[in-house]
Design a protein around this ligand. Structure first.
Ligand SMILES: [Zn+2]
Length: 483
């Protein structure tokens, strides 16, 4: 099918008019008389996106390749879970937007009062009111506002609406709400969860909340308690520790979709291939709690990283690595991040058989990541988290990526959240960004409309299905012993 070629601004505006305006005016409800019930609610591309692209992008299922969601039953148990500080609307602010509040200057005592379970949920508005104008337009802020709009029908958080927000929170947080938020509202087919409370999460919803096997504690530290203890192996030597790593892969590799490490939060990902002989003594000293030099520690970690990466490759699991920007506040050393792109290409060169998934577009060094993905067969990129770090950078990244590197190696969405509600807001922002990136490529004449439409399924779900072997994983997970 031939494309229509570049489209004029006038044509775009006419085409998007009803949809865009209706979505803008009536964002909490389905648009009467709109093209379908699936119009992009809570968001508008303001006439800048092609209507056919918008409609397709907002109707197409997403595979969400990165989350930290706790289990639904843990959410329903309220504040007994350490990640649920208060079981009220402030929970939507507790992962990411809390950092913007602190960076905007919110004092610690006010911050603590806002997130406390002792504070009346209605009184919480007054805690953030002075800082809300500063953070409501960031990606973190917008994800939460879209979630409140779509789930609670609240257009703007304020003194007048805070009661409705809290009522919406309570009405939403009921048995079955993960499917309601993720599948019905978010049109998310499945998620890939990096469990934060152990190496692998045995989910009650194993085919919806698929899991990564965490490898970071296999090599960083390593984590004798977190990874060693559950195996029952009496660890006396490096080869015993190899057996510990083997144990985790034997038990969970067939159920996991990938392995994951966020080690880039404490060092560069410049893992060198260090032979076992060189670190056997170092491992024993680590086991005896003796102090190691920085170089000895690095050698040990590097050796164990490659041991775990080798096991992942043996089990056909991609290796997901955090790159770029840090969550939190007041701690990120940008000079360390500067080295991530060079290390990315070293990793790809050192292990040609290992498939690396570089996460978060290595923000702010996303241009370099496109270069790596263009050069290396085994470099895959995951845009998870990027749409709310910097929505415009993410849109530009996608736009540039698609005319530079092979389109079968990009994954366009991961919410990266602990609470489920803002995943919906993040997914809407991602869809808006994907629609804009594709529309701009068409409007600027780089792609035909047909080219752009053809890319939607691969970048929103088909790549993820293939890269992580999801149809087979789904079949295996249906029969998982804990399911
Ligand atoms: Zn994450």
């Amino acid at each position: 099918m031939a494309g229509t070629g570049p489209i004029s601004r006038r044509h775009t505006l006419q085409g998007i008019g009803a949809l865009g305006t209706a979505a803008l005016l009536d964002s909490a409800h389905a648009v009467p008389g709109g093209p379908s019930d699936d119009t992009p609610r809570g968001v508008t591309t303001n006439g800048r996106a092609h209507p056919a692209i918008v409609e397709k992008v907002f109707q197409t299922p997403l595979i969400d390749t990165h989350e930290h969601l706790i289990e639904e039953k843990e959410r329903l148990a309220g504040t007994s879970h350490p990640r649920v500080q208060a079981d009220d609307w402030s929970l939507l602010f507790s992962h990411y937007l809390n950092s913007d509040l602190l960076v905007a200057g919110m004092p610690k005592d006010l911050y603590d009062r806002f997130f406390s379970r002792e504070t009346d949920p209605v009184d919480k508005w007054r805690c953030i009111e002075p800082y809300w104008p500063a953070v409501k337009n960031t990606g973190y802020g917008q994800a939460v506002r879209i979630a409140m709009r779509q789930l609670y029908g609240v257009e703007e958080l304020s003194a007048e609406t805070v009661r409705k927000v809290q009522a919406g929170y309570e009405q939403t947080r009921r048995p079955g709400f993960y499917r309601h938020v993720l599948c019905e509202h978010g049109k998310i087919e499945s998620c890939q969860v990096n469990c934060l409370s152990g190496p692998f999460g045995e989910s009650d919803m194993p085919t919806l909340l698929m899991q990564d096997l965490s490898i970071v504690g296999m090599f960083a530290g390593p984590s004798f308690n977190g990874f060693g203890k559950p195996t029952g192996i009496d660890v006396q030597s490096l080869s015993d520790w190899h057996a510990v790593i083997d144990w985790w892969f034997d038990k969970y590799a067939k159920y996991a979709v990938a392995v994951k490490s966020q080690n880039a939060y404490s060092r560069d990902i410049d893992y060198e291939q260090v032979p076992a002989e060189k670190v056997e003594g170092v491992f024993k000293r680590r086991l005896a709690n003796e102090s190691l030099s920085a170089q000895e520690r690095k050698n040990l970690e590097d050796h164990l990283f490659w041991y775990a990466a080798g096991k992942a490759t043996e089990h056909k699991l991609p290796v997901k690595l955090h790159t770029g920007y840090y969550a939190g506040q007041n701690r990120m050393p940008l000079d360390r991040l500067l080295h991530n792109p060079g290390s990315i290409t070293d990793l790809c060169r050192r292990a040609r058989e290992t498939r690396f998934v570089f996460m978060h577009i290595c923000y702010p060094h996303y241009e370099e990541l496109i270069a790596a993905a263009k050069q290396y067969t085994n470099a895959y990129v995951d845009m998870c988290w990027s749409w709310i770090i910097n929505p415009i950078a993410a849109k530009d990244f996608l736009k540039k990526y698609l005319v530079t590197a092979p389109a079968n190696k990009i994954l366009t969405f991961g919410g990266d959240y602990i609470p489920v509600e803002p995943v919906l807001g993040h997914a809407v922002i991602a869809r808006q960004g994907i629609a804009l990136a594709l529309s701009e490529l068409v409007e600027e004449g780089w792609l035909t409309l047909a080219d752009a439409m053809e890319l939607v399924d691969p970048i929103m779900h088909n790549n993820a299905r293939r890269i992580f072997n999801l149809p087979e994983k789904s079949r295996i997970l249906q029969n998982a012993p804990w399911a």
